[in-house]
Design a protein. Structure first.
Lengths: 279, 309
């Protein structure tokens, strides 16, 4: 094949691929945006069309005002849930991953097994509710935070263990000789060096917790304390004839992950593929 | 990322042995209690419920009161069609989505690692659905695939094709959901394959080209065998996700029409809602057994192949 010939083929293939991707991937997102911009009667026709009257601002205001700002409260709840559970996850998983990589002990095979089990075994729903009730944490935000943190631990530990291996042990020894205790060593020497993998873990897990539907459904049910995903799910039955508002809500809760993706594209990709290779 | 990490692990270890640090100093530098906080969470919120589930699945359970009934919940699960259907559907759903993600993910990755116009755009657009909430995706596709007004069926009608009732036809619903699942999860599979393909040394392809191998032969004898670790990862990840799936199904059909698109995950939720906690927990144990029974042999098989190579 000549050079110009293969370039011609790849140009055609590229154009075909771009057209196909527009139909398969861009149209659904454009549909969300366009429907969110229509008025109620036009949106209910479910057409893929340019809105006759742009009602974007009105829809936005109406969604935010629905039921005394349930969406705004849900955003606050989801933010608290995401931030706190990811912080807990990162610190605890970093400690485990660090110890698992640094110290060779008889515990290691057991810990590795438990980490893998945590990745594969589906959580037992009603017994978890039973435990939460026993602790007085069922239907509370702290309960859901601890649940999300626990379920995310395994994935984070695998990432941290792989990354700790790249930090030279000599640093640990130097810090100990300089008189640092194990806590000082970990928090002021090792943890700052884990920065790249911490960013990856934070971004991947923040998107996962923010988008999680199943755990809030089971462990923080109800309408008042809901997270954004639960609110969206409840809207589905409450706004049957108001597709414009329903899709405006979808649009709103897609913005935080989208912003994450724009800023941390590389870290998300690294986290998803490397964590995956280990799993 | 892992590929760059692994080679550095070994020299490190060797150096440590040469230095001969004792386990006593190790214990002071790296104290075991670092495991403790994570272990407490894991034990209380994961291990205890998992072990308790084995007992509770053998009871009639109302959260206040349990009555031991032996294997009755399991018998009921497999004798009532609306429950056992979930068992079959879980396997179908898991294998269909996993297989589709392997084939399409590999095809897309090959395409996106070639000299292609608009490669960067294509990579982002394929990956973006991964970040959108499952519920949002479910609602969007319910609208797009509406049997009467939906965009897809309106388009098909323009070509004179009578579009199926995607989510409303009992024979079709589960496969439609599986297709949406593939649409949403394809980005991860593609990314993993891209990472695998990029790691293959270019010299192999150059040598093959010198020997006159065609594009297809290059793919068949170089790419395919050498991306095997990526394939293993995609299969394992998508099976774990597929067998445990619940939210996309719940957001689109709720297991319907009837119970034709129920999976174990949705049966667990339905029985929980109905107050049959013992039966719901039995569903959980069955899901646990299904996932283990599928994942253990598959990961052994895939890892063995990797070593053989």
């Amino acid at each position: 094949m000549t050079r110009t010939g293969s370039r011609g083929v790849s140009l055609v293939a590229g154009i075909v691929a771009i057209l196909a991707s527009v139909v398969v991937f861009v149209v659904p997102f454009a549909f969300i945006f366009l429907t969110a911009s229509k008025d109620a009667s036009e949106a209910s026709r479910l057409e893929f069309s340019w809105p006759q009257d742009w009602a974007f601002a009105e829809n936005l205001a109406e969604v935010l005002a629905t039921r005394d700002g349930v969406v705004v409260r849900a955003f606050v709840n989801s933010t608290v849930l995401t931030v706190v559970s990811v912080v807990i996850m990162v610190i605890l998983a970093a400690m485990v991953g660090y110890l698992l990589q640094r110290r060779s002990s008889r515990l290691n095979p057991l810990v590795s097994f438990l980490v893998l089990a945590g990745l594969i075994v589906p959580p037992a729903v009603v017994p978890t509710i039973w435990v939460l009730q026993g602790l007085g944490l069922f239907k509370t935000m702290p309960g859901l935070i601890l649940i999300e943190a626990t379920f995310g631990l395994s994935f984070c530990i695998l990432l941290f263990r792989a990354f700790v291996a790249t930090i030279p042990r000599e640093l640990d020894e130097a810090a100990i000789i300089d008189g640092a205790g194990p806590l000082r060593l970990f928090f002021s020497v090792v943890l700052p060096l884990l920065r790249p993998v911490i960013i990856t873990v934070v971004v991947v897990q923040a998107v996962a917790v923010f988008n999680d539907f199943t755990n809030p459904l089971y462990f923080l049910p109800g309408d008042e304390n809901a997270t954004v995903q639960l609110t969206l799910y409840n809207f589905q039955s409450q706004m049957v004839s108001q597709f414009n508002l329903l899709f405006m809500d979808i649009l709103l809760i897609t913005i935080p992950p989208l912003v994450m993706y724009i800023f941390f594209n590389r870290q998300i990709v690294a986290g998803m593929t490397s964590g995956a290779v280990k799993g | 990322m892992t590929a760059t990490v692994t080679p550095q692990v070994r020299p490190n270890r060797r150096r440590r042995r040469a230095a001969g640090s004792t386990s006593a100093t190790q214990r002071t530098i790296y104290p075991s209690w670092f495991y403790l906080p994570a272990a407490v969470l894991y034990l209380v919120f994961f291990a205890v419920p998992t072990f308790a589930s084995f007992y509770f699945s053998l009871t009639r359970w109302t959260l206040f009161d349990t009555e031991f009934i032996g294997l009755e919940n399991y018998v009921q699960f497999f004798s009532e069609p609306q429950l056992s259907r979930g068992f079959v559907n879980t396997l179908v759903y898991g294998f269909v989505t996993s297989g589709a993600k392997v084939v399409l993910g590999l095809a897309l990755a090959v395409l996106l690692t070639s000299q292609l116009v608009g490669r960067g755009y294509l990579r982002s657009v394929v990956f973006f659905p991964v970040l959108v909430s499952t519920i949002g995706v479910g609602i969007t596709f319910k609208a797009l695939l509406d049997p009467f007004d939906g965009v897809v069926n309106t388009m098909l009608a323009a070509f004179g094709i009578d579009g199926p009732g995607w989510f409303t036809d009992p024979a079709q619903a589960l496969l439609t959901i599986a297709a949406v699942d593939v649409w949403k999860g394809l980005g991860i599979a593609t990314l993993i394959y891209i990472a695998g393909i990029v790691a293959i040394p270019q010299e192999y392809y150059e040598a093959a080209r010198v020997d006159g191998a065609s594009r297809w032969q290059q793919f068949r004898s170089i790419t395919l065998p050498l991306v095997q670790p990526a394939t293993a990862t995609v299969i394992i990840l998508s099976l774990i996700g597929g067998l445990r799936s619940f939210d996309l199904i719940w957001a689109t059909t709720g297991g319907g029409p009837g119970f034709t698109s129920d999976v174990i995950g949705s049966v667990i939720y339905k029985q929980y809602q109905a107050g049959f906690y013992g039966l719901s927990t039995a569903g959980n144990v069955i899901l646990f057994l299904v996932v283990t029974a599928v994942m253990v042999p598959i990961s052994i098989l895939l890892n063995r192949k990797e070593v053989d190579r």
